[in-house]
Design a protein around this ligand. Sequence first.
Ligand SMILES: C[S@@+](CC[C@H](N)C(=O)[O-])C[C@H]1O[C@@H](n2cnc3c(N)ncnc32)[C@H](O)[C@@H]1O
Length: 204
Amino acid sequence: MESAKRFSRLGVTASVTTEALLFAGALVRHPGMVGAIAPASRWLSRAMTRAVQACGCSHVIEVGAGTGSITRTILASGMHLERYCAVERDPVLVDWLRARHPGIEVLCDCASCVLELIDTQRATAIVSSLPFRSLPAEQASRCASVFSQAVCASPGTVLIQYSYGLGDSPPFATSEATLRWTLFERVVLNLPPASIWLLQNTSP
Ligand SMILES: C[S@@+](CC[C@H](N)C(=O)[O-])C[C@H]1O[C@@H](n2cnc3c(N)ncnc32)[C@H](O)[C@@H]1O
């Protein structure tokens, strides 16, 4: 029993080390698109999972899934999900996500494809790790516009987006008049500290 526990602990440590190396590789390849020095911490991953639970959506589309720290925590939470789709642009990370999570859809694509993925009959949680403050300007503005349209596409759909820093400004400005940002949680135990924001449609 003790040795089984030790093996399981070793497995977790090996996986965390592999994730850190994969993350560092992605950071070297395209620093602006990664925008951080480490994968989401377990505290940030748990807080993002609480946000998904609070929204009560049975469909999740995760964009910028990276090394999958948030993916893993949401899938392990035991909440009932009918669909989990992860979208990541870096093919090396996509291969890792597919190997780690064979039971979910993993797409190698830009997050701006989210509008085509949404089922307009279902409330969807769009879980985003995109680093809006460091993304190339054209990509940031395209993704912000598509995310805003996606939140309006079906009732109950919500964007759960974290951004680095503990300030009061939301991740991006939206021109849709009925959309509102609310601060869900601040997470100090992350590198760097982060704030989780929800973008929701206030129109009935
Ligand atoms: C902050 S990092 C990953 C965070 C992730 N939660 C983790 O712990 O590994 C942001 C990720 O978004 C991906 N990304 C950036 N721009 C993207 C885009 N337009 N479409 C899809 N993925 C994108 C990057 O490749 C990177 O893996």
